[in-house]
Design a protein around this ligand. Structure first.
Ligand code: HEC
Ligand code: HEC
Length: 449
């Protein structure tokens, strides 16, 4: 009591002194005050600011195509393949069944109750492209934007970040459920979807090859893969003949991680600007003089991609919000019962000490704090993909939520089908001498992250 009483008195006295000081200051500085600009407005309160950014970023991530429909619809005419001849387009059209088969997902929350009930009752024609058009109108196809004419016909389509970096929880039916932003869509066959485009001329012109070659490259990608470097270096295949595409990575668990992408191209806002401009073909501004290196990036250097400037910029103003949203996406927790707890506890000790994993994958981010890039030789791998990046290295992958993207395998190209194979690789590479029991404990720990 005594203490708080004294403290209160102290504070009151301090307050009184401050008032006197303020008054003196005002009296003393009358002329200065009258000439000074108005005091700057307060910055927004941090939590309110963060919330507003994250909310805006979620909208951008899910629904914003940055005007890229001018490419996917306008140039490639993809919307006409979706409509099909029966609806004014070309070919058989894309029914919901076909869309689901190439890995596109449907957001059940975007469907009105009546549509949901009709779906559940089997009264919706999933073989009709007209149904796909309705789903597009409802903004229910994850990551695809439909632009419609006044008359209601499809004018164009675009893509958003969510087409690759979101999936759904299948709560309603396989491929139909609630959005799970940040999870890579390892069912999505981007190559098959792009191949549907009636006009691949913009792609063949850029790459300087014919349609057959482009289709061969796209056909080799398969589900869950995309090649973000193809438009820069034109390399469709690795020296061993396999596709040069990489797995779509998670966009969660990235807070606190320095370099991003498998080969450490740059920060999150760097890569977001890169992808929105150069891959999605949105309208914006992108600078990277590293792409002027014609030996490494012949196509990007010729097209001056590192100096991209659209007439209207629909990307740059959204980068802060998009960044905030990605940082807000935590990695999913491993479901209870999906791993052996006692073994995982033993595996953790092995990860931290004998297996030397934590010398790069340091918790809690599970990447190196600081410069998280390593030479291919350090992890006993080839340098093909590393050399397609300005860095020449591989970035230590953050390991949270590993089992939620098990499909397609591990490492940038999915060369290891299971976590067991990854551990065996390191056991040989580092000469760790782990027993079979230690290896399986380590795997249980990885599954728990
Ligand atoms: C067509 C599929 C596709 C689309 C669309 C796409 N991405 Fe990606 N994203 C990828 C692939 C593939 C990579 C890996 C690239 C690499 O490492 O070379 C990647 C990498 C990333 C990474 C790095 C992740 C890490 O582990 O560091 C982030 C962040 C990211 N994308 C965010 C976005 C955002 C934001 C958008 C929308 C502006 C977007 N992506 C659009 C396929 C896509
Ligand atoms: C020298 C640094 C370094 C050490 C030590 C290291 N890693 Fe890695 N790790 C990497 C890099 C770099 C990659 C990315 C490789 C790629 O994608 O080609 C990676 C990728 C992985 C992946 C694949 C993640 C994914 O989503 O594809 C797993 C799992 C993994 N490491 C586990 C381990 C384990 C377990 C150990 C210890 C036995 C270990 N790492 C030791 C650098 C390291």
């Amino acid at each position: 009591m005594l203490r708080s009483g004294r403290l209160g008195k102290l504070l009151r006295n301090a307050g009184a002194m401050a008032v006197v000081a303020l008054a003196g200051g005002v009296l003393f500085n009358v002329s200065a005050v009258s000439q000074a600009p108005r005091p700057a407005a307060q910055p927004p309160r941090p939590m309110a600011y963060a919330n507003a950014l994250v909310n805006q970023g979620r909208k951008v991530f899910r629904y914003d195509d940055f005007g890229d429909d001018a490419f996917w619809g306008g140039a490639l005419q993809l919307h006409r393949a979706i409509e099909g001849a029966a609806n004014g387009g070309v070919g058989p059209g894309v029914s919901p069944k076909t869309a689901l088969a190439v890995g596109l997902k449907v957001d059940v929350d975007a469907l009105p109750g009546a549509v949901r009930r009709a779906l559940a009752a089997g009264k919706v024609d999933l073989n009709s492209p007209a149904t796909t058009l309705t789903l597009l109108k409802l903004k229910a196809v994850v990551g695809l934007t439909g632009h419609f004419n006044r008359s209601g016909t499809l004018q164009s389509v675009g893509i958003t970040c969510a087409v690759c970096h979101s999936t759904v929880n299948d709560s309603f039916a396989p491929g139909i459920g609630r959005r799970l932003d940040g999870r890579p869509n390892r069912d999505l066959n981007v190559g098959a979807i792009v191949s549907l485009a009636p006009n691949l001329k913009p792609v063949t012109d850029l790459l300087g090859v014919d349609v057959t070659t482009v289709k061969k490259v796209l056909g080799a990608w398969g589900p869950g893969k995309f090649d973000a470097e193809l438009f820069l270096d034109g390399k469709g295949f690795r020296p061993d003949g396999r596709t040069a595409a990489t797995l779509i990575p998670p966009a969660y668990g990235l807070a606190g991680v320095n370099l991003h992408t498998y080969t450490g191209w740059g920060s999150i806002p760097y890569w977001n600007a890169f992808v929105a401009n150069l891959e999605m073909h949105g309208q914006g501004t992108f600078t990277d003089e590293r792409l002027d290196n014609a030996a490494k990036f012949p196509i990007a250097a010729r097209a001056r991609m590192g100096h991209t400037r659209s007439q209207v910029d629909r990307i740059s103003s959204k980068l802060p919000a998009l960044h905030a949203y990605q940082l807000s996406l935590g990695a999913p927790r491993a479901p209870a019962g999906s791993f052996n707890r006692a073994a995982a506890r033993r595996g953790r000790a092995i990860f931290d000490t004998k297996a030397k994993c934590a010398s790069c994958h340091l918790p809690p981010t599970f990447t190196d704090p600081g410069w998280n890039l390593h030479s291919p030789a350090q992890i006993c791998t080839d340098d093909f993909q590393a050399q397609r990046s300005p860095t020449g290295g591989y970035r230590t992958t953050p390991l949270r939520g590993l089992t939620s993207h098990a499909k397609g395998g591990y490492y940038h190209d999915g060369r290891f089908l299971t976590l067991e194979q990854v551990v065996q690789h390191y056991n040989g590479c580092f000469g760790l001498g782990l027993t079979a029991g230690e290896q399986s404990d380590l795997v249980e720990y990885l599954k728990s992250l």
